[in-house]
Design a protein around this ligand. Structure first.
Ligand code: DUC
Ligand code: ZN
Ligand code: ZN
Ligand code: ZN
Length: 484
């Protein structure tokens, strides 16, 4: 059965034009005037855009003694409700666990996904087994490897491990991702704050200042350049990390930065709220920053030094957050955002004039589809592309509230925000999953999206330079120190 999206204005990362879109068999089969199909979706007054891609989510992830509350079914439904048609989750082997074993667990968890999905693989420990398995992971369509520079004693990898893994990525044509925070400094600051009696959620943000993130971002960039590999820095939240990315890019390095919608729109005054629950709900890493850091992130999206807006969706219930009463280091780190990313960015970005509509599409969908090597299957309104489409009504509005959200947690960090700009329809591979406030999602409809290596083997240079092989210098015997 074919579907025609009629009377709308197509908005892509490149251009804006009036046209109909004909969809069949899960794909866009024609773009043109006066098209007809078995079913017609009225897009008049709407923008027809590539569905959003959220490249940073944690669904049902084991973490900090519990697991994140939204599973793949709930998380992908929340995404679709807000115009996001694909998510990329992090497959997280526990230290010592085989990547293949972890992948099998993730494949089982994602079986009920309502939209398409992919994975990044995390390198949480290092050894010959990991080195070998990375090839198998790439063969299974996963071309990105995540490294935690924080969470000491748990997920964190040291510099020697990171350097070894980055070189392996270069050899495989894969790209490393980093969570950039200096885990040693964070651990020391946490102990100091607790010893001084600072045990509330506000101390979480004191233990992870912007310098901690800037230092790690700089370090990861230099190590990536030495390994000759591009680098993607997740949840870039502050000027210090953004500055490191800008400088690297100006020098010709392929370094990408990903601000979160939370860091763009919520600031560190949230931690001063007199309610413990309110502050703890907003505990995530990196923490929310001051207004100056927000301005820096917006400027990065506008100038192109930052390329992607994600969520790091990692929702915990109040019961889980309260594990940290009396000790902020035990509050599970994470906030939700999957359902709200697109409406919040439209409202605070496009409606304020900070982003054009085309830039909105670029940072919510097209840029990451290219970076992850899945364009134009995803991230495009083109004939032959997957029909992952959002028909965006710029005049639909709502007040965000936990009472009406898809996420299973009982609060929302954007509670009370008025958003203008919402999906009229969200289509996942041609199927209407959302029609205004009616949810028609199908658990299990989602498919895994495999991604080829980004670059030919050994060619994933971070910048255009020849890496010179070490050359031993021949020295004249009479100029050698005596006795050698
Ligand atoms: N930060 C969070 O807040 N949650 C999940 C993992 C992370 O790095
Ligand atoms: Zn569990
Ligand atoms: Zn992280
Ligand atoms: Zn994350």
């Amino acid at each position: 059965m074919s579907t025609v999206i009629k009377g709308g204005t197509i908005v892509t990362a490149d251009r804006t034009y009036k046209s109909d879109v004909l969809v069949d068999g899960g794909k866009i089969i024609e773009i043109g005037e006066n098209l007809s199909g078995d079913e017609t979706l009225d897009a008049s007054g709407c923008y027809v855009m590539p569905g959003g891609i959220d490249p940073h989510v944690h669904l049902e992830m084991p973490f900090m003694g519990t697991h994140s509350a939204d599973n793949f079914e709930i998380g992908t439904r929340a995404g679709l409700a807000g115009g996001t048609t694909m998510v990329v989750d992090f497959c997280l082997p526990s230290p010592g666990q085989s990547m293949m074993e972890a992948l099998a667990i993730w494949q089982q968890k994602s079986g009920a996904a309502c939209s398409d999905y992919s994975y990044h693989m995390a390198v949480t420990w290092w050894g010959e087994q990991v080195f070998n398995e990375m090839q198998e992971v790439v063969d299974r369509g996963i071309n990105t490897f995540k490294h935690f520079m924080a969470y000491k004693g748990a997920l964190m990898v040291d510099d020697d491990e990171m350097f070894a893994s980055f070189q392996r990525c270069a050899a495989l044509g894969a790209m490393p991702l980093v969570h950039a925070e200096n885990g040693d400094v964070v651990a020391t600051m946490q102990q100091k704050l607790l010893a001084e009696g600072n045990n509330g959620p506000e101390a979480h943000s004191y233990s992870r200042p912007p310098e901690v993130e800037g230092e790690a971002a700089n370090r990861a960039i230099m190590i990536a350049d030495m390994a000759g590999v591009p680098l993607y820095i997740v949840h870039t939240s502050c000027e210090q990390a953004h500055e490191a990315i800008r400088r690297a890019r100006q020098k010709g390095m392929r370094v990408y930065g990903e601000p979160l919608i939370q860091h763009l729109t919520l600031d560190d005054s949230e931690y001063s709220n007199p309610s413990w629950d309110h502050a703890a709900q907003r505990v995530m890493s990196p923490p929310f920053r001051s207004k100056q850091h927000q301005d820096s992130l917006w400027a990065g999206l506008q100038s192109g030094s930052l390329q992607v807006v994600a969520t790091d969706h990692c929702a915990f219930t109040m019961e889980q957050k309260r594990f940290g009463v009396g000790d902020f280091t035990k509050i599970p780190n994470g906030t939700g955002g999957l359902e709200d990313r697109m409406p919040m960015l439209w409202s605070t970005g496009v409606r304020t004039g900070r982003l054009t509509m085309n830039e909105f599409v670029a940072v919510t969908s097209t840029n990451i589809a290219k970076i992850l090597n899945m364009y134009p299957k995803k991230g495009a309104i083109l004939e032959g592309a997957d029909a992952d489409i959002v028909v965006w009504d710029p005049n639909r509005s709502k007040t965000i509230t936990a009472a009406n959200q898809q996420s299973c947690v009982e609060y929302n960090v954007f509670e009370g925000r008025e958003v203008v700009g919402l999906p009229r329809f969200t289509l996942t591979r041609g199927k209407v999953a959302i029609e205004e406030s009616t949810v028609k999602t199908e658990p299990g409809h989602g498919e895994f999206v495999g991604r080829e290596p980004n670059a030919p083997v050994g060619a994933a240079l971070s910048k255009w330079k020849e890496i010179t092989a070490p050359r031993k210098v021949e020295r004249r015997p009479e100029l050698m120190p005596a006795g050698v």
